[in-house]
Design a protein around this ligand. Structure first.
Ligand code: ATP
Ligand code: MG
Length: 320
């Protein structure tokens, strides 16, 4: 793939390279071997690091990087080096779309997940995941429906807090050219069809999505920025916080997701990255609260109140 030189800003890229899927903009490159790379606005400044020849060829993610411990899927950390710029820390994660979700979802407060949501649990497709994650980062339901929309919201203590949520940044989706039989990918057609239908439906009302592709026989690899720090479970195990603090943090994360119209079916402390300060190792705190970033969204869902509001606003005639 030839890089456009000199590099244009994301919005200045030729329309022929732009794709919009579930309201998320990508620049899409087709590689000579048929591989497809969809780069988000966040990924655009790091493009050189996201090219598959840097991190994917000869499984560079596994040989130069390492598998992230604690996950049940295929998730790798890799530090990419390019001649022109500083190294970038990436997370490479193979999408589990249309794979079976393990029956026992290991959520910390399983009782709080509606039984139906747990029964119908399915891994997001990469495009769904990026769409939900981008919306959550902006503040989800709070950003969309609070009036007047502003940068902050009142929480239960009456303090003004940012509505944006800290998460890993979604950089790109890569679909390698190879095709595999379904059993190799662990996918079932029945589980795949709803994802494909959702994309088809979106394509019908947004022609900018026409080049987006979801192929049941091909892998989808998602690329994210690595978040520096330690996950909350490890911090607790190392004595950096008590079990009670860990439980309270988990409840806080669950609440902060809910108020934005979201839930993560397997919400758990391993998914919260805390930041020990370099100078003294103390955990970073802002406005009296621990700073955390969330990192796993394959089971991120909108809650019923958010879905209702979206449906309601779609039905309401536009103001003239
Ligand atoms: N972007 C990131 N930055 C820092 N750490 C990360 C990042 N992504 C993942 N990790 C770490 O790697 C672990 C495994 O990643 P992840 O949770 O995405 O894998 P998984 O296979 O979905 O695991 P699980 O089945 O437990 O949900 C996380 O618990 C977290 O500690
Ligand atoms: Mg997971």
């Amino acid at each position: 793939m030839d890089l456009p030189m000199p590099r244009l800003a994301f919005d200045q890229m030729p329309p022929a390279l732009k794709v919009r899927v579930f309201d998320v903009d990508y620049i899409r490159f087709r590689e000579p071997d048929g591989g497809l790379l969809y780069v988000t606005r966040y990924g655009w400044p790091l493009l050189e690091h996201l090219l598959p020849r840097i991190w994917y060829r000869q499984e560079a993610f596994a040989t130069l990087g390492h598998k992230l411990p604690g996950g049940t899927g295929s998730v790798y950390y890799i530090r990419t080096e390019t001649p022109m710029s500083r190294p970038v820390d990436l997370v490479v994660k193979f999408s589990r779309v249309a794979q079976e979700v393990p029956l026992m979802i290991e959520a910390t407060f399983p009782g709080e997940i509606p039984a139906q949501a747990a029964e119908n649990a399915r891994f997001n497709s990469p495009f769904e995941e990026f769409c939900l994650l981008m919306d959550l980062r902006r503040g989800g339901m709070l950003a969309r429906f609070s009036s007047p929309p502003d940068e902050t919201h009142d929480d239960r203590l009456g303090l003004r807090r940012p509505i944006q949520m800290r998460t890993k940044r979604p950089l790109a989706i890569y679909c390698p050219p190879n095709e595999y039989p379904l059993w190799r990918l662990g996918r079932s057609e029945a589980r795949f069809i709803p994802h494909a239908s959702l994309l088809d439906e979106y394509k019908r009302h947004d022609p900018r999505a026409v080049k987006a592709d979801l192929d049941i026989h091909r892998d989808y690899v998602t690329l994210f920025a690595f978040v520096q720090g330690l996950d909350a479970e490890t911090v607790c195990r190392q004595g950096g916080m008590t079990d009670l603090e860990l439980t309270l943090l988990t409840r806080r994360v669950t609440d902060e997701l809910a108020v934005r119209g979201y839930r993560v079916l397997d919400n758990k402390p391993r998914h919260f990255i805390l930041r020990p300060r370099r100078r003294d190792g103390q955990l970073l705190v802002r406005r009296g609260r621990l700073v955390y970033a969330l990192v796993d969204f394959e089971l991120l869902q909108r809650t019923e109140p958010y879905l209702d509001r979206i449906e309601h606003s779609a039905r309401r005639p536009a103001a003239t």
